[in-house]
Each structure stands twice: as C-alpha cells, then as structure tokens.
Design a protein around this ligand. Structure first.
Ligand code: DDH
Length: 296
C-alpha cells in the first residue's frame, strides 16, 4: 500500500486534534489515554530478539489487547476508530503513534518527531508475549530490567516517566487510583516537582493495593472535597526518588522544564521507533516482515 501524503497526514492530525476534547470522559480529554496506547504498543520491544514494538498494532487481538497490563486501552482504540474509518489510508500502527504525538503537543507538550510507514499485522501470529510492560508495584531494579530490555538508559527511563504528568489511574483498569498532578491534561514538569516537594505517604486501598498519597490539607480546610485535591504516586514513581542515579534526573527535570521537554521529545520519538529500521535516504522501513510477506 502506498504511503499517505503529507497533506493526508495533516488531515489525520486535524481529526485527532478535534477528538481530544471529550467533556464526558475522565478529565475532559482523550489525550492521556491515547499517549498510553502508543506507549504500550511500543513498549513491548526487546532489543535482543528484535520482537515487539509499535509495528503491527497487535493490541487489536486478544493475546495482546486483553493483557491485564493493557486494561482500559480499548477506550483509546475506540476513540480512534472513526478516524481510521474516515482515513483508511493510514494503518492502525501509524494512527496510534501519530495520535499520541498530536495529543502531547495539543496538551502543551513538546513537538515529538514522528515518522510513518508502520504496517498492521493480518493475524495474531507475531504478537509479543505478555509480561513485557512494567509492573507499578515494583522498584528500581524492575524498572531497569524492563527498560534496558527496550534499549533505554537511566536518563531515558526518568524522562519517559515524566509522561505521568498526564492522566490518571483507574481502579477498574490497573487497580491504582487517582492522578499524579492537579491538571492532568496539561503536559509539564509538574510530576517531577511534586514528586520532590511532598511528603508522600503510603496508602493501602480497599483492594489491598499499595500506592502513595498526598492530600493538600489547606485546600481541604478551605472546603475542597478530598477526592479533588488528593494526588498519587505509584511505587515505581517513588523508586525514581529513592534511587540516586534516577534522582539526579528527577532533580534536573524538576528544575528545568525546557530540558525535560527536549529530553522527553527525543526519548518518546525513540520509543515510537523501536524495532523499525529505516533506509537513511528515503526513511522507508526496511525490516518489515509484514511487507515481505506481501501484507499491506
Ligand atoms: Fe504509565 N501508568 N507507567 N507511563 N501512564 C498508568 C497510566 C499512564 C506505569 C504504570 C501506569 C509510563 C511508564 C509507566 C502513562 C504514560 C506512561 C497507570 C494507570 C499505571 C498503573 C492505568 C489506569 O489505571 O488507567 C509504570 C509502572 C511505568 C514505569 O514503570 C515507568 C511511560 C513510559 C509512559 C509514556 O507515555 C512514555 C499515561 C499517559 C497514563 C495515563 C492514562 C490515562 O488513562 O489517563
């Protein structure tokens, strides 16, 4: 199938921008869950075996889409379905990744360079195994084990984690509950600032799941409902503070928003490219098994 033209891709970008505003969904935006969709589609990559990654859009099948780690991402896929129908020339794998960079930019974040050309699997024979995405209940060793496998270093792990400026945890998806920052649809370095600034207390949810919590007592005294002013951190977020190597980067990103934006744009672009080898001259993907087999 021929590649969409730049003008066609601009039409897709415009359509994604339009759908971000979702007054009845979460905090009023589809943006955060679209970012998570792209991250989970790409974050299955394994440098050793060169398997996984955003090519293929494997989450359309139960083996990957039904992975408990991907709970809730059906909402992101459903948001994008009308766009796929309107613009059949873009593959799902390109649409999911493109939507995330549009969302990041529209929410006030950096411009993330994006390249197209991904293809969609025609069946579920090449899906990565489950268990390649991070487990939020773990610590620094687990983060390194997971993200080194994708080919990232410590600085990149911390920069990527700054995506938790966006969105929230949902009890019925991951079991964790709440948002990291007060304005979860605005991209910023607030996550790093809050991680450092507050005295995060361990909190056990009714389900037995442990996370970390901060409640702005002044706001509560001033009459704000607790649910509105309570913020959360995952155990993996707290690991960035506890580990001295990670902490160096938390400090830098808390102090310097421009540095964080620059590093985030670079590392998110790298995430979306995992597993794709391109011809340096044309930008075309040259290692695509789907294409070799004559698939679209
Ligand atoms: Fe995350 N993330 N994430 N995350 N993530 C959750 C939500 C969101 C972990 C666990 C969770 C990244 C890294 C990690 C986003 C982006 C990124 C939730 C809550 C859990 C749990 C899901 C739910 O209940 O709906 C863990 C663990 C890690 C890690 O080990 C570092 C990265 C690298 C990104 C990225 O985009 C680069 C976003 C956005 C959300 C909010 C989703 C939403 O629906 O809102």
């Amino acid at each position: 199938m021929s590649q969409p033209t730049a003008a066609q891709l601009d039409e897709v970008r415009a359509a994604v921008k339009k759908l971000l505003h979702q007054p009845d969904y979460d905090d009023g935006s589809a943006g955060p869950v679209l970012v998570r969709l792209a991250w989970h589609s790409a974050g299955t990559y394994d440098v050793e075996t060169k398997t996984g990654g955003s090519n293929g859009a494997g989450m359309r099948w139960e083996a990957e889409g039904g992975d408990p780690a991907n709970a809730g991402l059906q909402h992101a896929r459903a948001f994008l379905e009308p766009i796929k129908r309107q613009f059949p020339f873009i593959t799902y794998a390109d649409l999911w990744t493109l939507a995330s960079v549009v969302a990041i930019q529209e929410m006030g974040g950096p411009v993330v360079p994006w390249k197209g050309g991904r293809t969609d699997f025609v069946d579920d024979s090449k899906l990565p195994p489950r268990g390649r995405l991070p487990d939020a209940a773990q610590g620094a060793d687990h983060l390194r084990w997971i993200f080194y496998r994708m080919g990232f270093n410590d600085q990149e792990i911390v920069a990527l984690s700054g995506a938790h400026n966006l969105g929230r945890c949902h009890g019925d998806r991951s079991g964790f509950e709440g948002k990291w920052v007060n304005n979860p649809t605005r991209f910023s370095n607030q996550y790093f600032k809050l991680l450092k600034a507050h005295d995060w207390k361990k909190k056990t949810l009714a389900s037995g799941i442990e996370q970390f919590s901060y409640i702005d007592k002044e706001a509560v005294a001033a009459g704000e409902p607790v649910e509105e002013v309570e913020l959360m951190m995952l155990p993996t977020d707290m690991a960035l503070l506890a580990d001295p190597k990670f902490k160096t980067w938390v400090d830098k990103y808390a102090d310097d928003k421009d540095l964080f934006f620059e590093h985030f744009a670079a590392v998110f672009a790298k995430l979306l490219e995992l597993g794709l080898e391109r011809d340096p001259a044309t930008g075309k993907i040259i290692n695509d098994d789907n294409l070799k087999e004559g698939y679209r």
